[in-house]
Structure formats: structure tokens, C-alpha cells
Design a binder for this molecule. Structure first.
Ligand SMILES: Nc1ncnc2c1ncn2[C@@H]1O[C@H](COP(=O)(O)OP(=O)(O)OP(=O)(O)O)[C@@H](O)[C@H]1O
Ligand SMILES: [Mg+2]
Length: 314
């Protein structure tokens, strides 16, 4: 079973408006509310792939209850640490071709919550084959919290697939407990390695993925939106190209890509198959209006069009 970790889940609310009027009343007829947070997008992607998955993390209050009800509706198994603190709402206002977002920071938690969650997580390890960790930490959690989760998983030889950014990612990269895989996008990688990346230049990409901070991480998958991905798998490099498609909503594509990677590692597939599977999932997500959803009926059609080139390093 794949375990997905979402430490700061949300109720994602979308308000479609013809026009956003500032300093006046805006009435919305069609409100959509979904269980959100990057890790829950990953969870749905894995569920669509037909692989057993358990969602965990921290939630609470009536928002937390709503998230659990939504997961029940989607037949997704979960086992969260439930606190007294209200989980957050994240609002996206869709107007005039723009997306204006208002994101709550979420509850402020403390060391007591850290300890309880670590014990909760430890109990879930015995059932887990692969662990995905996605998104931001709750306020009040230490910056090395994902390092602690990774260390515990490594002790059980469970591969950790990590998708986070900024200080939390750097803390993990600088620790001795490395994740099995990271999936930064270009901006996230640039922020870590502090150098420019030319995605049309293979030597620039190789140089970026060769950065000392990324040493000892077996799989580094740099996702490049419409340009597919560039990956280092152990000491081999791969350029992955994808077909041109009509994009409806690209938000969450990286999360569903991570779901494809986790599914593939769970099933012990080859690197080529893993990369094709991950790209196909990401593309399918961009074709749906709802974040983190895919239509698996189109899977084979797009999978066939993904091209993986194994680059022999000069
Ligand atoms: N515009 C697009 N056209 C085609 N495929 C796309 C597009 N955007 C994303 N994808 C697919 O999804 C994958 C992941 O997308 P991207 O690199 O944008 O991740 P991300 O920035 O982490 O996204 P997010 O954080 O919103 O989930 C890409 O490698 C690709 O397969
Ligand atoms: Mg991302």
C-alpha cells in the first residue's frame, strides 16, 4: 500500500465569476468544494491507477470533517491525526481568464502535535510499500520535519518520494537521510541550486541535476510543464518529451505526476515505463477542469505518445 502524507490539507473552494468587482459584492452561483492539498491530489492519482493507497497527515474541525467526507465519497482510505484545530480553506476566484487565489495558512500547531503525529506515522509504516510526502508544513512545525519522516521510512527501507520546496526541501537535502526521489519543477530546482537552467540545453540540465545538493538522491525528476521532463536516475540521464495537448487546468499536474511515479515504483517498473507513466498522468490532469483529477480512459492514447530518450553522458 502506498502511504501519502498531506500535513496541511484544505477545502479548496472555486468561485467562477464573469468579472471580479473590487470593493463591491460578487455573487457566485456555481461553487465547487473539494478536498485539497497537494498530497490529496497525489492520493487521487494513485487511486485512479488502481493501487491501494492510504492518505494521512493532520486535519481538524468542521473543515477537517468535510475533507474526510469528500474522501469517503471518493472511496479513498485515510487515517489522519485529528486535532481540535480547524483545517484551512483555500479559495480560487476564476475570473476573466485569471485565477486569483486566497490561501489560508492553516492552523498553528506545536511540538505536542509533532510528537503525536510522529507516533501515528510510525504505526502506518509497517503497511507501507512507498511513501509520498507533498506540500507545505503546518505553522509551528520544525523545518526538518520531513527529514524526520524520511529517516523513519529509510529505517524500514521504504522509498520516500518528496515533493516540497524552499527551506523544507533544503533541510532534507542537507541531512544524511535522503529521499529516494524528488520531483521539483524548474523554479523549485533553481531556488535550491541557485543557478540558471536552460531547459533546451542538455548540458545545462545535466549540470543542474549533478549539483552536490542532489548527490545521493537516486531519482531526481525535473518536471518541465509542456516540455515534459528531464531526469537523473542513479547516474543515467533521460529526456522525456510529450505531445502537444489542449490544456484546461494545469494546476496539480506535478502532484498527479508524483502519483504516477509512486505507482510505478510500487509495481517495480523500469525507468522508461516509470517516466512515461508519470508524464501521462500529468498530461491527463491538465485536460480536466478539476485539480487532481484524471480520465484514465485516455491513458493508453497519450502514453503511446510519450518519448523517453536515454542520454549517454559525454
Ligand atoms: N501545459 C502542459 N502541457 C502538457 N503537459 C503538461 C502541461 N503542464 C503540465 N504538464 C504535465 O504535467 C507534468 C508536471 O507538470 P509541471 O512541471 O507543471 O509540475 P508542477 O509545476 O509541479 O505542477 P503543480 O505544482 O501545479 O502540481 C509535466 O511534466 C507534464 O507531463
Ligand atoms: Mg509541483
Amino acid at each position: 500500500m502506498i502511504l501519502t502524507i498531506t500535513m496541511n490539507p484544505s477545502v479548496d473552494i472555486s468561485y467562477p465569476l464573469n468579472k471580479l468587482i473590487i470593493n463591491d459584492i460578487n455573487r457566485v452561483a456555481e461553487v465547487k468544494k473539494t478536498a485539497g492539498g497537494k498530497g490529496l491530489n497525489v492520493t487521487r492519482g494513485i487511486k485512479y491507477s488502481g493501487i491501494p493507497v492510504l492518505a494521512s497527515g493532520i486535519l481538524g474541525g468542521t473543515t477537517g470533517e468535510y475533507i474526510q467526507k469528500q474522501l469517503d465519497n471518493d472511496n479513498i482510505n485515510y487515517n489522519f491525526y485529528v486535532t481540535q484545530h480547524e483545517s484551512r480553506n483555500c479559495i480560487a476566484i476564476l475570473h476573466e481568464g485569471y485565477q486569483t487565489e486566497i490561501l489560508e495558512s492553516g492552523p498553528v500547531l506545536d511540538n505536542h502535535d509533532v510528537d503525536i503525529f510522529l507516533r501515528h506515522y510510525q504505526k502506518l509504516l509497517s503497511q507501507s510499500t512507498v511513501i509520498t510526502i507533498s506540500g507545505s508544513l503546518p505553522q509551528g512545525f520544525p523545518v526538518d520535519f520531513y527529514t524526520q519522516l524520511t529517516e523513519k521510512a529509510n529505517k524500514h527501507q521504504i522509498p520516500v518520494l518528496l515533493d516540497c520546496s524552499g527551506k523544507t526541501l533544503i533541510a532534507v537535502l542537507k541531512s544524511k537521510d535522503k529521499p529516494y526521489l524528488i520531483k521539483p519543477n524548474k523554479d523549485e530546482l533553481k531556488q535550491i541550486i541557485q543557478m540558471d537552467i536552460d531547459e533546451n540545453d542538455t548540458s545545462s540540465l545535466i549540470k543542474a541535476l549533478h549539483h552536490p545538493l542532489l548527490n545521493d538522491i537516486p531519482f531526481v525528476i525535473l518536471s518541465l510543464g509542456q516540455n515534459g521532463a528531464f531526469a537523473r536516475c542513479h547516474n543515467q540521464y533521460y529526456q522525456v518529451s510529450i505531445p502537444k495537448i489542449t490544456v484546461v487546468n494545469p494546476v496539480g499536474s506535478g502532484d498527479v505526476t508524483l502519483a504516477g511515479l509512486a505507482a510505478s515504483i510500487h509495481e517495480n517498473e523500469t525507468v522508461e515505463v516509470m517516466l512515461k507513466r508519470a508524464m501521462t498522468m500529468g498530461m491527463l490532469n491538465t485536460m480536466e477542469p478539476q485539480t487532481g483529477f484524471v480520465n484514465m480512459a485516455n491513458y493508453d492514447h497519450y502514453y503511446r505518445q510519450v518519448n523517453v530518450i536515454h542520454i549517454i553522458e559525454k
